[in-house]
Design a protein around this ligand. Structure first.
Ligand code: AHR
Length: 354
């Protein structure tokens, strides 16, 4: 029996495999498949179909990947999907047509991009999923693609919830600014946060590959911590500003914000200040990423804290590719160790932020 990691838990798949249903289509699952092999070479051509470049995190990720590829004398075939899942699918197809050696893929959405991974697999091109993952009921790391390299988003949500519950003494009316719908980062940041507040977060939760921290919440959770509104701000500052403005008008009793990334939290801060409300006093905010602007906002007292999500994938992605080409066994999930920034350390780390 093959053990497969899924969003809902660890399930067992028989040697003959099982079919997985997605988008109303019955997908064939390739039982016992191995990711396409990769030759040892002096230089590789790497396909890098980025989701967008509209926030500092994405720009830092692109720079890290591009700089590392070029420093090794390899070549990058870069694409920018400009926030379009359809465009990212087309970009992967074009990289397959070009015949790149491997693809470093940050999937914009889990389910559609699983199809792209399947196409690369069929074309014999190894894929390394960077930062976000793909739908495990369609393709699995170590099977149709090499591995997932990224943060533990579920744990990030739980760490944000722990900080907020403690800071608010267990009583808050929360507006949640969701990331891109269908993106691993948004799905798991929401689940980790909600589960922690409900008391159902456990360090061995199947959606959390590491989960060493935070410690589990009390069994009955935090009944006084209520999410009063939740909507996507698409991971952008302007999206966060606009959505927060609307949600806050409808929920003026809100006194806390959980944003799935720093940019949306910074957008909410702009909206609050425009209304004469004091962020950091009247409304307490927590987010995820650890950008320079976010650390400055912590120093300024407008943002309470941010859970780090490192965008620096270049070295780990290239090292993993070389190890794979050399025939080393690659773990299906390689998880970044992330820090936590609050007023106690923002000043210390701001110079290394992006
Ligand atoms: O997938 C990681 C998320 O994507 C980052 O938190 C966000 O800023 C980016 O757009």
């Amino acid at each position: 029996m093959l053990k497969v990691w899924t969003r809902r838990g660890v399930i067992k798949v028989g040697a003959a495999g099982v079919g997985a249903v997605t988008l109303g289509v019955r997908m064939p699952r390739i039982a016992g498949a191995a990711p396409p092999p990769l030759e040892v070479k002096d230089s590789y051509v790497i396909g890098y179909p980025q989701t967008d470049e509209n926030n500092p995190w994405r720009i830092a990720q692109t720079n890290s990947v591009r700089d590392e590829i070029e420093a090794r004398g390899w070549t990058v075939e870069y694409r920018n999907a400009q926030e379009s899942t359809q465009q990212q699918l087309a970009d992967v197809a074009s990289l397959i047509a070009v015949g790149v050696d491997a693809i470093f893929l940050p999937p914009r959405e889990e389910t559609p991009l699983a199809q792209a991974v399947l196409q690369a697999f069929e074309a014999g091109i190894p894929v390394f999923c960077l930062d976000r993952n793909v739908d495990q009921s369609i393709v699995q790391a170590g099977n149709q693609y090499v591995c997932f390299i990224g943060s533990d988003f579920y744990q990030e949500g739980a760490r944000a919830a722990q900080w907020l519950a403690s800071t608010m003494n267990g009583e808050a009316q929360i507006i949640e600014l969701f990331g891109t719908t269908g993106a691993t980062a948004a799905i798991d940041r929401n689940r980790g946060f909600v589960d922690y507040l409900a008391g159902s977060y456990t360090p061995d939760h199947p959606d959390s590959p590491t989960a060493a921290t935070p410690a589990p919440a009390p069994a009955d959770g935090f009944p006084g911590m209520e999410i009063v509104a939740s909507q996507t701000g698409e991971f952008t500052r302007e999206g966060g500003r606009q959505v927060f403005e609307t949600l806050y008008q409808a929920n003026p009793e809100a006194n806390a914000v959980y944003a799935h990334n720093d940019e949306m939290a910074l957008g909410a801060i702009i909206a609050l200040e425009a209304q004469g409300v004091v962020p950091g006093e009247d409304v307490i905010l927590v987010s995820v990423d650890g950008s320079r602007d976010a650390l400055q906002a912590i120093i300024d007292g407008t943002l309470g804290a941010t859970v780090e999500c490192s965008p620096f994938f270049g070295p780990i992605a290239c090292d993993t590719l070389e190890a794979y080409a050399a025939g080393e066994e690659i773990p299906p999930q390689i998880i970044n160790e992330d820090r936590f920034f609050d007023p106690s350390n923002a000043e210390e780390f701001i110079d290394e932020a992006y």
